[in-house]
Design a protein around this ligand. Structure first.
Ligand SMILES: [Zn+2]
Length: 101
């Protein structure tokens, strides 16, 4: 995989409704294997950004990890936003906003 050892593709149901996950302890970014390639690239870049980011406030952390990555991922970002307009995803964000993390 072009992203290197620290990115692992995993089954949809290990992360659903999330698209990816960053594990700071193992320094590994997990990305769902069912997503389109452009979305996987965006999510991989996003999660890898999280691994080295020390921002405390989660919302600012998400904004940075979404906007401070390489612009070659713009297509994956747009598709990711489009794919997020679904009930399970919106509920997921609503829960994170409520819990503040
Ligand atoms: Zn994130």
């Amino acid at each position: 995989m072009e992203w290197g050892m620290e990115v692992q593709l995993v089954d949809k149901w290990t992360l659903f409704p999330a698209f990816g996950k960053a594990d700071p302890y193992t320094q590994t970014a997990y990305v769902r294997n069912d997503l389109p390639k452009s979305v996987q690239s965006f999510v991989a870049a996003h999660e890898l950004y999280h691994l080295s980011d020390k921002t405390e406030w989660w919302l600012w952390r998400e904004i940075k990890a979404t906007l401070c990555i390489d612009w070659r991922h713009w297509k994956g970002l747009l598709l990711c936003v489009f794919m997020s307009m679904r009930v399970a995803r919106l509920k997921f964000y609503a829960t994170r906003l409520r819990l503040g993390k």
